[in-house]
Design a protein around this ligand. Structure first.
Ligand SMILES: C[S@@+](CC[C@H](N)C(=O)[O-])C[C@H]1O[C@@H](n2cnc3c(N)ncnc32)[C@H](O)[C@@H]1O
Length: 251
């Protein structure tokens, strides 16, 4: 708890006022990722490998953008920084430890941007959401990675949607997830999508009790790889169940 409180306090002054309410989610993620590091290791290695495989197909390596860079646990940042002229990391929050790490000499070409990538505000204004439209203005963009972000957009949107149900369309989460997918597919850069697409709550006899589509019905592209990610291993929340997410990588 002390480490979490210190990380929180160090991150607040480095974060835009509008995004400070999201710091607790990043600190919670940091805490759970540390506690579950053994069970998450394969998922993180698989994600890094998918990004490196996609990167290998990039003929030009000028600018790379990572969407949902978060704690940089599943992002091969050292290799990206070595391969590209510029690497741009985008997330709602960059925690203090990530900001400090990026001050090292080998990361001199890495930029950090805080941005809401959901497109929720555009949709709330009655516009067709284009959450990745801003990428058109990124000079010399050759590679875009969506790094275990998309299901989190669905979850974050879900929280806001419940509070603002009357003014938002019923299919808000599906529209925003579909807009992210079409933004990645339509633009003239190489992309790598890694996302968890579903989850199941499984009891100690291996019986599934609750399953959900994290893409809210939006159609994901064909995957080059897929794997299971024990987001909540047995013992993390209860000795009686675990929560397993299915992850895909498409590039
Ligand atoms: C599961 S984490 C991804 C892990 C990260 N790639 C890593 O290596 O640690 C999801 C990330 O998405 C970010 N995120 C969630 N909703 C977002 C939004 N609307 N806009 C930008 N980032 C968002 C969270 O802050 C978090 O860092």
């Amino acid at each position: 708890m002390i480490a979490e409180a210190l990380l929180y306090a160090a991150t607040v002054p480095m974060t835009q006022k509008a995004h400070r309410k999201f710091i607790r989610y990043s600190v919670n993620l940091w805490s759970r990722a540390n506690r579950c590091s053994r069970q998450w290791a394969d998922h993180e290695a698989n994600t890094r490998q998918a990004i490196l495989s996609a990167m290998a197909a990039c003929k030009q390596r000028r600018t790379a953008v990572v969407l949902g860079s978060g704690l940089l646990r599943d992002v091969p940042i050292r290799e990206l920084a070595a391969a590209f002229d510029t690497v741009v990391l985008i997330d709602l929050v960059h925690i203090a430890t990530v900001r400090l790490k990026m001050r090292k000499k080998i990361y001199r070409n890495v930029r950090l941007i805080e941005r809401d990538l959901s497109g929720y505000d555009e949709l709330a204004d009655g516009k067709a959401p284009e959450p990745l439209g801003f990428l058109r203005n990124v000079p010399y963009l050759d590679f875009v990675v969506s790094a275990n972000l998309l299901s989190q957009i669905g979850r974050g949107v879900g929280r806001r949607f419940e509070a603002e149900r009357e003014r938002m369309p019923d299919d808000t989460a599906e529209q925003l997830i579909a807009a992210h997918l079409s933004g990645l597919a339509r633009m003239p850069f190489k992309s790598c999508l890694v996302t968890d697409v579903s989850y199941a709550v499984i009891d100690c006899n291996g019986k599934p009790h609750e399953e959900a589509d994290l893409m809210h019905g939006a159609k994901v592209p064909d995957a080059q790889a897929s794997w299971a990610w024990p987001v909540v291993p047995t013992g993390e929340e209860s000795p009686d169940y675990q929560v397993i997410h299915q992850v895909i990588a498409a590039y």
